[in-house]
Design a protein around this ligand. Structure first.
Ligand code: NAD
Ligand code: MG
Length: 428
């Protein structure tokens, strides 16, 4: 029922995610004025992409290029961890002002690749965060909690924040939402499910929203027995049936920890309780998610499983812009299937819901333990089922107070990682 949306959020939840509603009007006006002053000649919008060389980053570059590239936008900066060759090629192609590798060891390669191009090369976490604070629209596509400092910097700057980096929101939800509110930019969900919900929320009708329906592909092990999953190799887990994505989120999809993170992400973005968020397995990944209303209507967003649609939506918002994606042909699809998730075979989803209900530092612990476990699994130190077991052990063992400031988040994140690592070491 409508009670699931907090009263404070009811009036205008349908206009967009919570931070969008909570923004401080005066701060926003100031930031807009500043952003306007920074606008390049011709009114081109200043963009930055954090994590440009990854799966979402490459798709973002593709969408920007298809829309006209530097004729239409100023690319203030691109960042990556250490893939200097790809980053330099992207920066040159887009005429970026700056390219930054977070890993300083990759700087000499970046500098050499950019020599004579007019693109400034830089390195280090601080330089990467600087890029995040110097644009009007920022794509946050770093993977994991490592993206948090730059995401926060973008939020504080008043930029519109296209958020793919769900881990940042899971481990520091309130901090990020408060930073968005203070900065005055709009938080635009890029994760396909949350972008679908964002598209399906009707203006001024938040009082009538009963539930959010998150669809899940079920991943490569949707029909596997627990016994078979126990022996699953990283190569098998990395083969997602519908989406081509980075390694970490691919493993998360196989374990359904990804859907768990997304339940927490949806609760944070849309101000809904965990009970009002339903997960439905939908193997075709055509219905990207849906919103259920009090009159029984369910509004869903459909499209080809291609991240360029939600990226284009976040870039164009509040207008729709063209995206270079395949169009849906319903007769060819012929059928769409749905079924309830199996929480016994996919305990990570259950654990995420429990972490959301527990509140405090539990979502952060869930995320940190999962990151540690996925890394260990990819390094073939633990088995596939040990990922959820590690998360469960960390949630049980870690006694961490809820973080109130960014420094607390780092301390809590490190503490949770230590507990998870102990467990991983015991298993490997
Ligand atoms: P990826 O592994 O393909 O790319 C990650 C990017 O982050 C790379 O460019 C890497 O260089 C960069 N990076 C890593 N650590 C960094 C650091 N410390 N500083 C700066 N850059 C750093 O990952 P991805 O699949 O593109 O996913 C990115 C985020 O988007 C994740 O949070 C993921 O959950 C989310 N997401 C991805 C998809 C998808 O289709 N790939 C869909 C929905 C959400
Ligand atoms: Mg998703």
């Amino acid at each position: 029922m409508s009670q699931s949306i907090p009263a404070s959020a009811r009036d205008d939840a349908a206009r967009g995610p919570a931070p969008l509603r909570r923004k401080a009007a005066e701060k926003r006006a100031l930031n807009r004025a500043a952003a306007g002053a920074e606008r390049a000649p011709g009114g081109r919008r200043r963009l930055a992409i954090l994590g440009a060389t990854g799966s979402i980053g490459v798709n973002t570059v593709d969408v920007i290029t298809a829309l006209g590239g530097q004729e239409r936008f100023v690319i203030a900066g691109l960042t990556a961890q250490r893939n200097a060759a790809r980053l330099a090629a992207q920066a040159i192609a887009l005429g970026a002002e700056r390219a930054v590798v977070a890993d300083e060891a990759a700087y000499p390669e970046l500098k050499a690749a950019l020599a004579g191009s007019g693109v400034e090369a830089a390195a280090g976490e601080a330089a990467a965060a600087e890029v995040a604070g110097d644009a009007q629209w920022v794509m946050a596509a770093v993977v994991g909690a490592a993206g948090l400092p730059s995401v926060l910097r973008a939020a504080e700057s008043g930029a519109d924040l296209a958020l793919a980096n769900k881990e940042a929101l899971v481990c520091a939800g309130d901090l990020l939402l408060d930073a968005m509110a203070a900065g005055g930019g709009s938080l635009l969900p890029v994760d396909s499910e949350h972008n679908a919900i964002f598209q399906c929320l009707e203006r001024d009708q938040s009082h009538a929203v009963e539930r959010l329906i998150l669809t899940a592909s079920g991943g490569p092990f949707r029909e596997w027995s627990l016994e078979r999953m126990r022996a699953a190799t990283p190569d098998q887990a990395l083969k997602h049936p519908n989406w081509s994505m980075g390694a970490k989120i691919s493993i998360d999809s196989a374990s359904m920890a990804n859907k768990g993170l997304e339940v927490i992400e949806a609760a944070r973005l849309f101000g809904m309780s965990g009970e009002a968020i339903e997960v439905v397995v939908h193997p075709q990944s055509v219905v990207h998610s849906a919103v259920g209303y009090a009159d029984g209507s369910v509004l869903a967003q459909l499209g080809a499983p291609d991240m360029r649609t939600p990226i284009a939506y976040a870039l164009g918002w509040p207008e729709r812009v063209p995206a270079p994606v395949e169009r849906l042909d319903l007769p060819t699809l012929a059928r769409l299937d749905f079924h309830a998730p199996d929480l016994e075979r996919f305990p990570a989803l259950r654990l995420a819901k429990e972490a959301l209900a527990a509140g405090g530092a539990a979502p952060l612990i869930f995320n940190a333990a999962n990151e540690v476990a996925v890394e260990a699994y990819l390094a073939r130190k633990i088995g596939f089922l040990d990922i959820a077991a590690t998360i469960e052990a960390a949630l049980e063992a870690a006694e961490i107070p809820p973080p109130a400031a960014l420094s607390d988040v780092f301390i809590a994140d490190q503490a949770a990682r230590r507990v998870a690592l102990e467990r991983v070491d015991a298993l490997s």
